[in-house]
Design a protein around this ligand. Sequence first.
Ligand code: KG4
Ligand code: ZN
Length: 338
Amino acid sequence: MTTILAIETSCDETAVAIVKKRQVLSSIVTSQIETHRQYGGVVPEVASRQHLELLGEAIAQSLNQANLHPSQLDGIAATCTPGLVGSLLVGVMAAKTLALVHEKPFLGVHHLEGHLYASYLSDPSLEPPFLCLLVSGGHTSLIHVKTCGDYQTLGQTRDDAAGEAFDKVARLLKLGYPGGPEIDRLAQQGNPDAFPLPEGRVKLPNGGIHPYDASYSGLKTAVMRLVQKLEASESDLPVADLAASFQKTVVRSLVKRTIRCALDYNLSTIAVGGGVAANRGLRTALTAAAEAEGLRVLFPPMSYCTDNAAMIGCAASEHLSRGHTSPLTLGVRSRLPV
Ligand code: KG4
Ligand code: ZN
């Protein structure tokens, strides 16, 4: 059984977890959201400094909660790509140092691999092949997980990621940052049919429609125009109806493409990952659509949808059990396809 201490510092969460195979022994997530909120988004320089201040305590707490000494670990992992370079450096350097001092293997993990495997935390018996719908603030992709380390992207967004669209529309509705959870909450109170909105489609060179790729920038522009029109009429903005209508349109686009892709590629299991996997509208609609087609759909536990270190530990554990490790010379990259 592999026991991994994992560190995640790619953006604005300072997270540390200890994962034994697919079970979480401890998970600490310290969000910097309050600090970044005043700027309306993440400020990279501020994020790196906060990771530096918070990480040591988070590591100590994580070991404490799991009641383990570093000598009892089988490996130390950290997210090495993609993300804010200064932030990644803090986590990777801490992991390398721990690995060196305690003579343990070091593993650099791709952040998206963490999201791919987050559903192992809800069903430890899950094994590839499966289709992963990865919906985060930076990515919206349909990925065929063939086996650990062998991934094929079958579809993706051509512009904004789904989470980014949620955040941008939330800003239009003056809901603050991050907007996804707020839209999700308001959508529960609104009428999803109040405003028909256009679902972005991606054209193929032959004039047809791409079956799996999506586009969200047109939808965001449509919401912006609608908001301008409603504001000009000087009535109060029907924020809940707008949130519900927007969410319904994004969810419909995600569900349609995911089900079509799973059926076309004969993949009977769909695992969802990334912050938008926490969206209640998506969870309900995708579960119902999958059931109707005889497909199985898995979502990570709510707390492991958004960024966390447990999913990084899960991915690292898959690699370590196959003998994969990283050299101590490993660098960080702001971008790298999975
Ligand atoms: O996976 P994540 O924590 O970070 C990235 O790797 O990007 O995803 C963050 C994104 C944000 O855009 C946030 O607004 C969105 O996930 N998000 C949600 C919900 N919770 C977080 N979007 C819709 N509904 C939610 N409940
Ligand atoms: Zn993420």
